[in-house]
Write a protein of this length. Structure first.
Length: 234
């Protein structure tokens, strides 16, 4: 579904990604783990068109997308739920959701899609008319995830969806991600909660200093000494 080949991405003259390659097959959950500053968010921003790679390529569903504008990439079926939620705080829950359906095809189906999102996050239905800034941190995260689903994506990329949440809400976020896969949505997941991430994902990539340091099946990576020492504290 997604193939990233040897991309190099810069911020000005500073290189952030070095020959990064990865692939995601349909209906997989693929994890991207690494320390803060390793380049994880930069990679997602490059895939979604917010950054242009200096070299290399990104293909989605067989089409090269590394030269496309972000809204065109969304229209192809790739959604990006960014770190920090990035909600429209003075707009209502419903208005925030509808902002996620701004592509022409998604806009026509926004009512039906909204009801589907409400089934995943019933709390959003109850707070439909509330301003986003009045929601709790957990509720805001659910809204950000719901907004990302409004474009009816084939592949959804989540950047730190459980950051700052209470443990019970963290478990709920992971349950939602698993449920999305069962509904046919492919997931690329960045998470600091490494154990839970590796337990629900099929495969994982470890990014260190802008380079892929390790990759493999998630259950096997849980046994790797590098993962156990650096990320699980064992």
């Amino acid at each position: 579904m997604l193939e990233v080949r040897n991309i190099n991405t810069f911020y000005g003259k500073a290189q952030a990604l070095w020959d990064v390659s990865l692939r995601i097959d349909e209906q997989e959950i693929v994890a991207l783990i690494g320390a803060n500053g390793a380049g994880k968010t930069t990679l997602l921003n490059t895939i979604s068109g917010l950054l242009r790679p200096a070299s290399g390529s990104v293909e989605f569903l067989g089409q090269r997308i590394d030269g496309l504008a972000p809204h065109n990439i969304v229209g192809l079926g790739l959604s990006h739920v960014p770190e920090g939620r990035r909600l429209f705080t003075d707009m209502t829950v419903r208005e925030n959701l509808e902002m996620g359906a701004y592509t022409p095809q998604a806009w026509k189906q926004r009512g039906k899609t909204c009801e589907q999102v409400y089934k995943i996050f019933p709390m959003l239905k109850e707070r439909e008319g509330q301003l986003a800034r009045t929601l709790s941190g957990g509720e805001q995260q659910m809204l950000a995830m719901g907004r990302g689903l409004m474009s009816k994506p084939r592949l959804c990329m989540f950047d730190e969806p459980s950051f700052g949440l209470a443990p019970t809400l963290v478990l709920e976020v992971f349950q939602v991600i698993q449920a999305l896969r069962e509904q046919g949505v492919t997931v690329l997941l960045i998470e600091q909660n490494v154990r839970n991430t590796l337990e629900i994902s099929d495969r994982a990539y470890v990014l260190e200093n802008g380079r892929i340091a390790l990759e493999g099946k998630s259950k096997e990576l849980l046994k790797e000494e590098l993962i156990r020492k650096a990320y699980l504290g064992l």
